[in-house]
Write a protein that binds this ligand. Structure first.
Ligand code: FBP
Length: 337
């Protein structure tokens, strides 16, 4: 299956696209554009280390474990600190939170507080880092809910529907920056020769229905009968209904969702007897990707409710997720209800 991959239609840099986006909001203060600009620069700094991985001592693990019990990889830690240090002094943010840190990440006292909140997964797909498989970073942006000064839990535990923007960075055969601020989903590819992100995927629209499903089948023995019935349904012979589907699973959420956005189909990380709420984090992974996929015309559910309508109760809570083409998610939910 080949996606409709537009070539660089016009030399639109990410910088210019962000500024044009800002002009859509007459009362904009420039904080949002500044925030996105700094995020793009942080991504380039992480990319520089990712491309050197294997040559310098950045592969392998630290002796630290994150709150989800994952051993923190060196590149994870580097990405986490680079994004924090890049974002803490621009005056755009009142607070941050990262998948790699148990608590809120406050803006250092000597820097100004802004009106935005940043949540990020510094390096998604960390299990694939040492195998040189595509990994990425995921980010989610909100306007603050609290009034002023230091940000609070109230600012970070907002339902995904309130996001002001979201995106991901893909560290693959090329580096991409894919984001939305509520005006469609746009993808930019880094041209290393000029160090600029150039618009390569304008206004991405996910196909209404796909022919690919993406799930870790290794967990199938722990799935509920309803999930097993749904996955079996996708594998049954019914050419008139476009089945059986093909199976693809990279094991890096950001890469599996990027493919799903371009080719259509569905990515699933169901709950199971070992992890009733699945493995993926609501605020760092599922909310931003659900925002993007919905902006591209798709859907995202936990099997019962729309991901974006869930109100997070804790920073690191997990949720089952079924995300992708609208008709595919609708069918999955029908099987699960
Ligand atoms: P992190 O790498 O950010 O911890 O994310 C979790 C993740 O690696 C996803 O990228 C991926 O989709 C999933 O876990 C793979 O899990 P599993 O190995 O259980 O299929």
């Amino acid at each position: 299956m080949t996606a409709r991959v537009p070539s660089v239609s016009k030399f639109m840099t990410l910088e210019r696209h962000i500024l044009d986006g800002g002009r859509l909001h007459p009362h904009a203060t420039g904080q949002f554009s500044g925030l996105l600009h700094d995020l793009a620069l942080a991504a380039k700094l992480v990319w520089r280390e990712v491309t050197k991985a294997g040559l310098v001592n950045i592969l392998g693990t630290t002796d630290r474990m994150n709150i989800s019990g994952d051993v923190v990889k060196k590149l994870d830690e580097f990405a986490d600190q680079t994004i924090f240090r890049m974002m803490d002094h621009g005056g755009h943010l009142c607070v941050m939170a990262s998948e790699e840190n148990e608590d809120l990440l406050h803006i250092p006292e000597d820097y100004p507080h802004g009106k935005y909140v940043l949540l990020y997964d510094p390096l998604d797909g960390s299990g694939n880092i040492d195998a040189n498989v595509t990994i990425g970073s995921i980010f989610s942006i909100y306007q603050r809910a609290s009034v002023s000064g230091k940000g609070t839990m109230e600012d970070v535990l907002q339902p995904g529907i309130r996001q002001a923007g979201a995106g991901y960075v893909l560290f693959g055969s090329s580096m991409m920056f894919v984001y939305s601020t509520g005006h469609g989903v746009h993808g930019f590819t880094l041209d290393p020769s000029v160090g600029e992100f150039l618009l390569s995927h304008e206004n991405i629209r996910i196909p209404k229905r796909g022919r690919i499903y993406s799930v870790n089948e290794g967990n199938s023995g722990r799935w509920s009968p309803a999930v097993q019935r749904y996955m079996q349904h996708l594998k049954e012979e019914d050419p008139a209904d476009g089945r059986p589907y093909s199976q693809r699973y990279i094991g890096s959420l950001v890469a599996d969702v990027h493919r799903t956005l371009l080719y259509g189909g569905i990515y699933c990380y169901p709950g199971d007897t070992k992890n009733p709420d699945g493995k993926l984090r609501l605020v760092y992974e599922c909310n931003p990707l659900a925002y993007l996929v919905e902006q591209a015309g798709g859907a995202a559910s936990d099997g019962r409710v729309r991901i974006l309508e869930k109100t997070p109760l804790t920073l690191h809570e997990h949720t089952p997720i079924f995300i992708g083409s609208a008709e595919d998610v609708e069918r999955a939910v029908k099987f699960l209800r």
